[in-house]
Design a protein around this ligand. Structure first.
Ligand code: SF4
Length: 357
């Protein structure tokens, strides 16, 4: 049973009102645990042996309904999942959808570096902060493990952004993991066919892993198997189809998965969900049309319930609506958007400034 009121949480706290957490009372601290503006470790007495049992219980009782997992390391690491509600107005959504943009192992090196820099340098100033892109998804197109590992090495030397390593071939994933094993990449993906070998990689290298199946029963069965093997950091990809009835089916799978995880309390399937709007490029060959439909998919699954997605188009007309919509969906409705009042100088506008981002 998840705790969702300060009074319930208070019962597990030391109740000595020592103020070491920065709050005057344990009850005030309990409120901050509920809205996640403080964490258990901010209460030093709770970490002492005397309260260790309560601390461990609280870890479970306060855990989000959807498992929160971390990809990458250091300051650029991203958390995904971690939600407790189906609708933002019920509380808030916590970890914004992570946007990963693709590079691939047949790119000439100069183009590869240029694309990585475009991804990692993207900035859009909006209401007091910069909207940014989050990750790089390295796709194996060549089928050659050594070539893929070489590309992953070059990518990791060029950026600190978290990585997704994409191949259905476990030997290709292994070659890349040997290069970036300390960077906590997400590996994509385990399927009905390769799950045994991919599970072994996730265990040996201690990395999060994506499970792929468009059949939700099979996806659940894969998740159960991985969980029983001790692999907890899972992401579910129920398939993203860009058009027609299959798009309708995709939408229904996303909603079913999230409702199962939050409303029906099915812990076996309460993991972050991955969308792959990049699949629009498999259907539409013209750049503007593919970008347009990719953005439509990204928008739909930012709203319903993509926690992480792989995208391709870096055209401003594709990226801008995606980052703006995400920011809107993940703004905390309990805190009105505001900026400090005053007259501020913004940049140094020149003749052609209106043409820039
Ligand atoms: S540090 Fe812990 S014990 Fe002290 S007031 Fe805060 S919650 Fe209570």
């Amino acid at each position: 049973m998840k705790l969702n009121s300060p009074l319930q949480v208070y019962k597990y706290l030391p109740q000595i009102n020592c103020a070491e957490c920065g709050e005057a009372t344990c009850m005030a601290f309990a409120s901050h645990l509920i809205d996640r503006s403080k964490k258990l470790e901010d209460c030093p007495p709770l970490l002492k042996d005397e309260f260790k049992k309560k601390y461990v219980e609280l870890q479970t009782l306060l855990a989000p309904e959807i498992r929160e997992i971390t990809i990458g390391t250091g300051e650029q690491a991203k958390k995904i999942g971690g939600d407790d509600v189906l609708y933002r107005h019920q509380l808030t959504f916590f970890d914004p959808t992570a946007f990963a943009y693709d590079v691939w192992d047949t790119m000439p090196e100069n183009e590869l570096i240029d694309r990585i820099n475009r991804i990692q340098n993207f900035r859009k100033f909006y209401v007091g902060k910069f909207l940014k892109l989050d990750m790089i998804a390295v796709r194996c197109v060549s089928g050659d493990a050594l070539k893929f590992a070489g590309t992953v090495k070059k990518v990791s030397e060029t950026t600190k952004l978290p990585l997704i390593l994409c191949s259905f071939d476990p030997s290709v994933l292994k070659a890349a993991l040997d290069v970036v094993k300390d960077k906590n990449p997400l590996i994509y993906a385990a399927t009905e066919k390769n799950w045994g070998e991919v599970a072994e990689l996730a265990l040996n290298y201690k990395v999060p892993v994506v499970l792929f199946s468009t059949d939700l029963d099979k996806l659940k069965s894969l998740a159960l198997t991985f969980r029983e093997m001790g692999i907890k950091d899972l992401v579910l990809d129920p398939g993203t189809y860009p058009q027609g009835k299959q798009l309708k089916g995709t939408f229904e799978r996303f909603v079913k998965l999230r409702r199962a995880g939050i409303k029906e309390g099915q812990k076996d399937i309460a993991y972050p969900i991955m969308a792959v709007p990049l699949n629009a490029w498999l259907v539409y060959k013209d750049t503007a049309t593919a970008s347009y439909w990719e953005t439509v998919l990204a928008s739909v699954f930012t709203v319903r319930y993509g926690d992480i997605m792989i995208l391709h188009s870096l055209e401003p007309y594709a990226v801008l609506p995606e980052v703006h919509l995400r920011d809107t969906i993940y703004t905390d409705p309990r805190t009105p958007v505001k900026v400090a009042p005053g007259v501020n100088q913004v940049g140094s506008p020149a003749k052609d400034s209106w043409l820039s981002d």
